[in-house]
Design a protein around this ligand. Sequence first.
Ligand SMILES: NC(=O)c1ccc[n+]([C@@H]2O[C@H](COP(=O)([O-])OP(=O)(O)OC[C@H]3O[C@@H](n4cnc5c(N)ncnc54)[C@H](O)[C@@H]3O)[C@@H](O)[C@H]2O)c1
Length: 387
Amino acid sequence: MTANHSSGASLFGGYYQGRNVLVTGAVGVKGTWLCLALEAAGAKVTGLDLRSPPPDSNFVLAGLGDSVRLVQGDINDLGLMQDLLKENDCFFHLAALALVHDCKARPLETYRVNTLGTATVLEAFRLSSVAKRGLFVTTDKVYRPKANDRWLETDPLFSSGAYAISKACAEQVIEDYRQDLEVAGKHFGIARAGNVLVGGDLNSSARTNGAGRIFVDCFEALIDGESPRIFSPSYTRPYTYGLDIVTGYMTQLARMDESGIQGEAFNYGPHEQGGIANAFLATKICETWGGDIRWSGGPLRNEPYQTQALNWDKARLRLGWQPAYTLLESIRDAATWYREWSKVGSVPTPGELRGIDLGLLERHARAAKELGIWWATAAAPGGMTSS
Ligand SMILES: NC(=O)c1ccc[n+]([C@@H]2O[C@H](COP(=O)([O-])OP(=O)(O)OC[C@H]3O[C@@H](n4cnc5c(N)ncnc54)[C@H](O)[C@@H]3O)[C@@H](O)[C@H]2O)c1
């Protein structure tokens, strides 16, 4: 991919070329990559986020402050959401409290943002005469734990913990709006992805009062020349490269008016559909980083799920989507990002990592094209190139 907007016509069937698109949670890990990928596909992006981007965040280092129109505000502000949906004909709703253990510590705020916030976005969508398509990002953690099998979109929802319940409740609210949206000719979808693995995530345990993510802890320790301490090493998670997830979201929205896609939920997960053990992930990250540092075991975390595995056959069959990267390729590109990020000085320069980010986008798009994945080929909507 390149940031040159004229080339966007060959991505996602040209759907995003010149289109006004809103991203909620734009400053977040996925939001930032989504803004970059949308720009590369030719979109004019407006971002909404509660916080202004930290100086060392990927949002700032990617130079998105210059190209994305960033609005600072709350998704629960209905008037603001209505204004934003007067200007954008489609949106991706990502804003959330997204760390399981942070949600556990702040349940009321979690329900306010993840559930009521989604209801507010739905209401603004219902009232808008401009917005015609919206994608609602939830999570694979909406599913109930299932021993030794991969989750399907038809599996029962509602597990335990504020994060999982708030997102499952959000899905029920979306369901309640289904008829109104359909009558109004609006298209929507739900995306349930596995654990993201990508550069740009700064949610280490040290930065989040113990609520961080394992792969971020790994890279942070390796940058400091220390042995990463890994909690719950035997637990498995469907670690998926962030750009594979983001391009899945963009595919689902771009093809939303096709039958079998409108109003549907889709899983997005890795090639390793049985999930990946945290210990294996940490071992491969240490090996990829180089040197002789190895991880050591930390305490077990109290989590509802010991194993998580996702079946994403529906996305493959209906959207022509599959991950462009294997686990090792995902770790390779994440390591590239964290290595470059570790060289950023104490006073970061906006746009300093833009070249790195665009290079990572481009390498990922090349891999997708070689595999014939729909979004990376010039196929028009309806002409899937993989099945
Ligand atoms: N990261 C993962 O492993 C993962 C896995 C599955 C699903 N998800 C989902 O994907 C989405 C993005 O996740 P992420 O990892 O990028 O999270 P993130 O925490 O990096 O980004 C979320 C963003 O939402 C913003 N936000 C929070 N409350 C807000 C509000 N009231 N109004 C406006 N903005 C608000 C935050 O400031 C943050 O920038 C979330 O919905 C999350 O639940 C994430």
